[in-house]
Design a protein around this ligand. Structure first.
Ligand code: NAI
Length: 249
């Protein structure tokens, strides 16, 4: 048996940068073989896999578009065949196309729902097929505080992220008898490319609304993923856990 075959398999979608990359690093350090999903930036995913390997971990880039169910099924099935059943799935891939409802284009609404909501559902369906046979597993959704509290100009994103919460609570109930746990993390403002586009003025405005007074880091999210993946959280399922500095309480 190869070295990687001994490690339980974790899949992180949208893993090439930002929060996903940090989650992938953390799970690799925790001893998983991490499948680094990317949609377009293969070079970046490969670079991350190399870094993880240099740090003594195990990872491989796996390209698929989470919004394409046939690709999702094929790639996740192949990963399971190569490494054993998926132990941990982190649905992190996400996009946001902001704008007021009056100007919301059908195609932007469709794209947002396709990636942020349907993509997570496709990946969950494919991975939990394997988890059901193994009678164990942990699914972790990366939703958003926006799905809980709403935000003017982000209605499509909020709808997708709130939808993810309802979906996850439902499947937590469906899958609990197989010892598959499903939990949702709702990050607040985390410093990544997504928030890098904000102006300093916008950032100052945000900080005034965060009781702890600072922006979170991708590592703050990865730390909770690590816990929710591990047996230390074995009695936690169907929960929505905010990592938001107190922004939404
Ligand atoms: P990011 O934009 O840096 O990363 C998102 C990743 O998803 C990228 O690697 C992108 O290539 C990938 N992706 C997009 N569409 C995809 C598709 N169709 N198939 C596969 N991969 C795809 O964003 P960031 O900030 O790292 O966000 C990660 C997650 O955290 C997202 O779901 C986001 O909505 C959520 N989040 C982020 C917050 C923040 O403050 N940065 C706050 C709340 C939630």
């Amino acid at each position: 048996m190869s070295e990687t075959a001994k490690k339980p398999l974790a899949i992180v979608t949208g893993a090439s940068r930002g929060i996903g990359a940090s989650i992938a690093r953390r799970l690799a350090a925790d001893g998983y073989h991490v499948a680094l999903n990317y949609s377009s930036n293969e070079a970046k995913a490969r670079e991350l896999a190399d870094q993880i390997q240099a740090d003594g971990g195990s990872a491989e880039p796996v390209g698929f578009n989470v919004a394409e169910s046939a690709q999702v099924d094929e790639k996740i099935e192949a990963l399971g065949k190569a490494h054993g059943p998926v132990a941990v799935l982190v649905n992190n891939a996400g996009i946001t196309i902001d704008g007021l409802l009056m100007r919301l284009k059908d195609e932007d609404l469709d794209k947002t729902l396709a990636v942020d909501l349907k993509g997570a559902i496709y990946c969950t369906r494919a991975a939990t097929r394997q988890m059901m046979r193994a009678r164990k597993g942990s699914v972790i959704q990366i939703s958003s505080v926006i799905g809980e509290m709403g935000n003017a100009g982000q209605s499509a994103y909020a709808a997708a992220k709130a939808g993810l919460i309802g979906f996850s609570k439902s499947i937590a109930k469906e899958l609990a008898s197989r010892q598959i746990r499903v939990n949702t993390i709702t990050p607040g403002f985390i410093e990544t490319d997504m928030t890098g586009a904000l102006t300093n003025e916008q950032k100052e405005g945000i900080l005034r609304s965060v009781p702890l007074g600072f922006l979170g880091t991708p590592e703050d999210i990865a730390a909770l993923v690590s816990f929710l993946a591990s047996p230390s959280s074995r009695y936690i399922t169907g929960q929505v856990i905010g990592v938001n500095g107190g922004l939404y309480i």
